[in-house]
Design a protein around this ligand. Structure first.
Ligand SMILES: Cc1ncc(COP(=O)(O)O)c(C=O)c1O
Length: 416
């Protein structure tokens, strides 16, 4: 067996199941899950119709690269959404469909990391005999657990950047020592962030790009929440936009990951794309040909329809905006949380230990949410998830309001 499999941590939901084992929630209260980030709004009817209409294409093998209709729709969407110079995202070379960003984030790391490339320990008097160090992936902390598993299986170590109230939940790249950047092969970013909802500015993204040039690493920008934002006038910027704003229209060293799961409420479709540096995507395509994750032609037809339409996405945001307004109004009296900008999470501080908070809430109110520490790791500064919980506001508004009222009641009970 691959010994690196033993390095993998239990998934947050396994840990949650263990935490809840043996607790019997009150039977008179219906269960409400705020634990899983699975969108629950309606999938668009026209996308379902496109699946039905293209069903006969199930009879053919799809290509890994994807057909021209989908690649054009993606290239056009990227250009429009991130205000990129016309023609700079070439459907032939700068985009690749993926079967959800989860597999793509994982596979990209496997394809890009050179585990043979070891760097001598810095500061050694005898560099030739100095112990060699594995490649590094720099990741936010807390983080989407695929980043970590992908790094470990690719033979890389992780260097975590704590995202806390002090840095407005944005990884502070200026604190990273040069010897870390020297070993870094991949910088993983997530904007808007899961679980914090924090959005990186163009300037912060450009700081990452300048560091990537200086130290020769790749940036994987997970932007799967980019279309779930609260202020219709302020769409979160993306890494390609940051590139274009500095005249870097070859998008070198940069790859953005996008998904229809959250944007279009299609988590079961398994559809997303990667876009950016043509040379990196060429290598990734080569890897994917063997990886074997080509998107079926029916999924391609449905995805093309989804990327070509913004009306349903605007309506999706309206639903989240109404839900966030109602829930934050109820909870802001009893909990402190960063003002949500994007994504569908709240990331409040807990008045007691986060695991105790989650277990007690389940025991008293039959509401589940994720303890923050299940989404983060200990670092020298502590654990940035400790003392927080993640609430996924994915259910319909009335259910989320009911959950918020129960949480408020629970927190008020703790204070007595
Ligand atoms: C930060 C982040 N990235 C990627 C994904 C994967 O999404 P999908 O594979 O559905 O595109 C998720 C899913 O919850 C996520 O939270």
């Amino acid at each position: 067996m691959n010994p690196k499999l033993d390095l993998l941590h239990p998934y947050p939901f396994e840990r949650l199941k263990a935490l809840m084992a043996g607790i019997v929630p009150p039977a008179h209260l219906s269960p409400i899950a705020l634990s899983i980030g699975e969108p629950k709004h309606q999938s668009p009817a026209f996308v379902k119709q496109a699946l039905v209409d293209s069903i006969d294409q199930i009879a053919v093998y799809p290509t890994t690269k994807g057909g021209p209709a989908l690649r054009h729709a993606i290239a056009q969407w990227c250009t429009m959404r991130f205000k990129l110079p016309e023609g700079s995202v070439d459907a032939e070379h700068n985009v690749l469909p993926v079967t959800g960003t989860r597999e793509a984030l994982f596979a990209f790391t496997q394809a890009m990391v050179n585990s043979e490339s070891k760097v001598p320990l810095q500061g050694s008097q005898a560099p030739l005999q100095a112990p060699l160090q594995s490649p590094l992936i720099v990741s936010p902390n807390p983080f989407y657990q695929i980043y970590e598993g992908a790094a470990l299986l690719a033979g890389a170590e992780l260097h975590f950047l704590d995202c806390t109230l002090d840095n407005q939940f944005i990884p502070d790249l200026s604190t990273v020592p040069a010897e870390v950047w020297e070993r870094c092969q991949l910088l993983q970013i997530c904007t808007p962030g899961n679980p914090t909802g924090a959005v990186m500015s163009i300037e912060q993204l450009q700081q990452a790009i300048k560091l990537a040039d200086q130290y020769d690493f790749i940036i994987a920008s997970d932007e799967c929440y980019s279309e779930v934002y609260l202020d219709e006038q302020s769409p979160p910027p993306g890494i390609l936009e940051a590139c274009a704003a500095m005249g870097r229209t070859d998008y070198s060293r940069c790859v953005a990951f996008h998904s229809l799961s959250k944007r279009s409420n299609l988590p079961g479709l398994r559809s997303g794309f990667v876009a950016g540096d043509a040379s990196l995507l060429g290598d990734f395509l080569r890897y994917r040909t063997y990886h074997g994750c080509a998107m079926s032609m029916t999924t391609q037809a449905a995805s093309t329809a989804a990327w070509n339409d913004e009306t349903h996405v605007i309506d999706n945001r309206r639903q989240y905006r109404e839900k966030f307004a109602a829930v934050t109004e109820i909870l802001s009296d009893v909990l402190r949380f960063p003002e949500p900008q994007a994504s569908f999470y709240l990331w409040p501080e807990t008045p007691i230990d986060d695991t105790e908070f989650a277990a007690g809430l389940f025991a008293q109110q039959n509401v589940t949410l994720l303890p923050g520490r299940y989404l983060s790791r200990d670092t020298e500064q502590g654990n940035p998830g400790k003392g927080r919980v993640r609430m996924a506001l994915v259910a319909e508004t009335d259910v989320c309001i009911e959950a918020a009222l129960r949480i408020k009641h629970y927190v008020q009970g703790l204070a007595v």
